[in-house]
Design a protein around this ligand. Structure first.
Ligand code: NDP
Ligand code: OXD
Length: 306
């Protein structure tokens, strides 16, 4: 079995070494233009040339949960794409989101500002039930996040495409329930895949439905959010703040207003990193399952886009 690796912005050597250890009977090489056809590919943001030259792949294994970059390419209609399924990302996402929610709810940002000025000020405790947290996307990451938030006894709501049932979470599904879901939330967490249906989903119309003084946490993709609409709603006071890990252009361009906005906290697309060991173990297991003709978890539906 031949496996080709094609990963943008990633050092190939450790991935090649790990994959060779996990799949000792396979021939595993880094792709270069003109490389011979392979059976499987392990990829992150490959160029169109890679797809054009590797039309006979049995499957492409994406080193990430989101496949939006891959689906932008012109792919053969029969191409099977398999994404990462947790692989150590869910717990990281739960840490990140809980940290952002708690920092806002407990006003740690304001305490930090007070302390920096030498001020000893105790703020009135906030009522947890006044801060329902809504999670958009109840998939592998979103569901794990709802469970972590429940540990802190926040009222938790979730929204997905198809109806879901998650213990302790008020679940809403589909476009018809979206406005009701939004209007019940004081904190909004986005964990949707980027698809034709979800691009620009965080906009003036939808964010205006959140409760006054709401907080937005975007950890999915930058193109979910209409940036100028977020800024306008922060400036009008309808939104209290935002924590953003993903941006329409990454790295965030110098001089972009998000760098310095006092109500926006940014991080450099780091909320849930791809962990090499876990990812290699998962991908190797899936390649072997695929070769045995078994079903693999994380097969992407190209029509739905995730
Ligand atoms: P999943 O595919 O497991 O879950 C996606 C969820 O979104 C599902 O609940 C799905 O609904 C829901 N959904 C999809 N389309 C719609 C829609 N149109 N309306 C309502 N709900 C919808 O994905 P993951 O949880 O693994 O990952 C989610 C995203 O997180 C990734 O696509 C990626 O963009 C982002 N990500 C960001 C990282 C970072 O570091 N910032 C790291 C990893 C991922 P249903 O249950 O009905 O299918
Ligand atoms: C992913 C990501 O999709 O890292 O896995 O953003």
């Amino acid at each position: 079995m031949n496996i080709t690796l094609c990963c943008a912005n990633t050092k190939a050597e450790p991935w090649l070494a790990g994959l060779r250890m996990a799949l000792p009977h396979a021939t595993i090489t880094e792709w270069h233009p003109g490389a011979p056809p392979a059976d499987h590919a392990v990829v992150w943001q490959p160029p169109q040339q890679f797809i054009d030259e590797q039309q006979g792949l049995k499957a492409m294994f994406n080193i990430g949960a989101g496949v939006d970059a891959l689906l932008k390419l012109q792919l053969p209609s029969s191409m099977k794409i398999v994404r990462l399924d947790d692989a150590g990302m869910a717990v990281q996402m739960a840490e990140y989101v809980c940290h952002a929610v708690i920092r806002y709810f407990r006003e740690f940002d304001r305490y930090e500002a007070d302390v920096a000025q030498g001020l000893w000020v105790q703020r009135k405790p906030r009522v947890r039930n006044d801060f329902p947290v809504g999670v958009m996307g109840l998939g592998v990451l979103g569901e794990r996040v709802t469970q972590a938030l429940r540990q802190f006894e926040f009222p938790v709501r979730g929204w997905s495409r198809s109806p879901r049932s998650v213990e302790g979470v008020a679940c809403y599904a589909g476009p018809s329930a979206f406005r009701t879901f939004l209007s019940s939330c004081r904190v909004l967490v986005n964990l949707l895949p980027l698809t034709l249906d979800t691009r620009n989903i965080l906009n003036h119309d939808t964010l205006s439905l959140l409760r006054p003084g709401a907080y937005v946490i975007n950890v999915a993709r930058g193109a979910h959010l209409v940036e100028e609409d977020l800024l306008a709603l922060l400036d009008s006071g309808h939104l209290a703040g935002a924590t953003l890990d993903v941006f329409r252009t990454e790295p965030l361009p110098a001089g972009h207003p998000f760098w310095t906005h006092p109500a926006i906290t940014i991080t450099p697309h780091t909320s849930a990193r791809t962990l090499r060991e876990e990812s290699i173990a998962q991908i190797a297991g899936k390649i072997l399952a695929f070769e045995r003709g078994e079903a693999v978890v994380g097969l992407v539906d190209p029509v739905l886009g995730y």
